[in-house]
Design a protein around this ligand. Structure first.
Ligand code: ADP
Ligand code: MG
Length: 459
């Protein structure tokens, strides 16, 4: 049975990787991988969270590839899918999988059809809400807005490439999708494509797998405006960066508009090749600044107007004052108030807001909530909140717990004792210890440190 051979090969690969990267890193990341199948070009693996997938692609893609190539030299790519369900033995039992032509998967058809512009268009659906009309302009984003408006309304803006960056939830995606909406509505003959960098990479790897790299290179030939969001994702992914640079150069050379969005300025993006960095900095680089109280107030007022239920000025002010981390969280809080008002038929006032949003409006210095940290860490490590708060010493869970405690200390105004309480009634010294461990590890392990920074940015 080929699958047994494949499993054995995967086992040998794992041993080699373990030797190279050490047991600690191996247990934290590689042990989370489930082997699915291998043929002569692609190794298929799965993990159960996007965080782990991203970490593995960033840190160990080349390591895994090189080790598998020792057994199957023709392998050129690794496909990692994210799935929640544990794979069963029958999933692994792909007949003749070493040289299989097909991969048993419910998405087999779409997995194996070549990448087309139509597919790209279909999957780059824009959010209906993300228009210029719905974008509130204030001092932190007025320049970004003016540039976006200019690109949207002129044929040849001269701002090429545009590189837009800023923190999470600051309205970057909203703004670039507004450009796409405007172009599509006013110049329907133009092809405007919005794609995330992750999707760009997925499509590229897919075309490699299907050996249709030429097809991928031609994919963007008829695109007039290309928007690539979350460019930071390709940090450390060398082959994707090469392809990205190729596409980028083609747009610049043929004077077609390309817009890049990221969470950091080009020069600060980790793992991005120097040539690409300098190319990205070569056009107009614009940052969307942290929100001000005034902008948050205006955004809330504008969102509140869309609901039939009145939201008093005092409540809007309280929210704008308490929730400063990002606009998404601000909108979430407002939505919760409205939902509560409708479902339990309670008038919205400051008291009600404090009750409903007790986790958000703790006091002015508790900006990121403990609950949001716990939720975010649970998602990232693919564990449940019960596991996070439990006494288990299973390594991933213990690490997740320490990371969550560290972020809580760093991002909220709570004391060690208060944090211990919400983490399953633990003693304050446990929290002190956890914070110390995470700090130490961050200072010695750059990959770990980057993962924590990403986690923090996503809060
Ligand atoms: P980013 O891409 O920077 O992480 P998004 O564009 O996804 O952030 O914005 C997060 C949420 O905040 C979206 O629902 C968006 O509509 C809203 N938002 C952000 N900035 C503004 C703004 N200036 N006016 C109105 N809504 C905004
Ligand atoms: Mg975004």
């Amino acid at each position: 049975m080929k699958s047994v051979v494949d499993n054995d090969l995967w086992g040998k690969t794992l041993n080699a990787i373990k030797k190279n990267i050490g047991v600690g890193a191996f247990n934290s990341w590689i042990s989370k991988i489930k082997f699915i199948s291998v043929d002569n070009s692609t190794l298929k693996l799965s993990v159960n969270s996007n965080f782990i997938k991203d970490a593995i692609i960033t840190k160990y893609y080349e390591e895994i590839l090189q080790n598998v190539q020792r057994y199957i030299p023709t392998i050129s790519s690794i496909d990692i899918t994210v799935c929640d369900n544990n794979l069963t033995a029958s999933d692994l039992d792909v007949p003749g999988s070493l040289f299989a032509k097909t991969w048993k998967n419910k998405n087999a058809e779409c997995q194996n059809s070549p990448v087309t512009l139509k597919e790209l268009n279909k999957n780059s659906a824009l959010d209906k809400k993300f228009t210029f009309e719905n974008f509130v302009v204030g001092q932190p984003n007025e320049f970004a807005y003016a540039v976006a408006k200019n690109i949207a309304t002129s044929d040849n803006s001269g701002f090429n490439p545009l590189f837009l960056y800023g923190g999470v939830g600051m309205g970057k995606t909203h703004l670039v999708q507004a450009i796409a909406w405007h172009k599509r509505n006013t110049q329907p003959s133009k092809t405007v494509i919005y794609v995330s960098a992750e999707r760009f990479m997925y499509l590229f790897l897919k075309s490699l797998r299907l050996k249709s790299n030429i097809n991928f290179k031609e994919l963007f030939n008829n695109v007039d405006v290309l928007i690539i969001d979350d460019v930071q994702f390709i940090g450390g992914k060398n082959s994707t960066q090469e392809e990205f640079l190729y596409t980028f150069n083609k747009f610049i050379d043929s004077e077609r508009q390309i817009i890049l969005v990221a969470n950091k300025a080009p020069s600060d993006l980790p793992g991005i090749d120097t040539t690409l960095k300098s190319r990205l900095s070569g056009g107009l680089v614009v940052d969307v600044h942290q929100t001000t109280y005034e902008l948050r107030l205006e955004i809330l007022k504008s969102s509140a107007k869309k609901f039939k239920i009145p939201v008093p000025q005092s409540v809007v002010e309280k929210l704008a004052d308490s929730i400063t981390s990002n606009i998404r969280e601000l909108e979430g809080a407002l939505n919760r108030l409205i939902a509560h008002a409708i479902l339990v038929n309670r008038k919205i006032d400051t008291e009600m807001a404090k009750d409903v949003l007790s986790d958000v409006i703790v006091s002015n210095d508790h900006l990121v909530t403990l609950q949001s940290i716990q939720k975010c860490v649970c998602n990232a490590f693919a564990i449940t909140r019960n596991e996070l708060l439990s006494n288990t010493r299973i390594r991933t869970i213990a690490v997740a717990r320490q990371v969550a405690m560290y972020l809580s200390k760093d991002l909220t105004g709570y004391s060690y004792a208060e944090i211990g309480k919400v983490f399953g009634n633990r003693d304050h010294s446990t929290v002190v210890h956890a914070v110390k461990i995470v700090r130490n590890k961050m200072s010695t392990d750059i990959n770990f440190s980057n993962s924590i920074k990403d986690l923090r940015a996503s809060l």
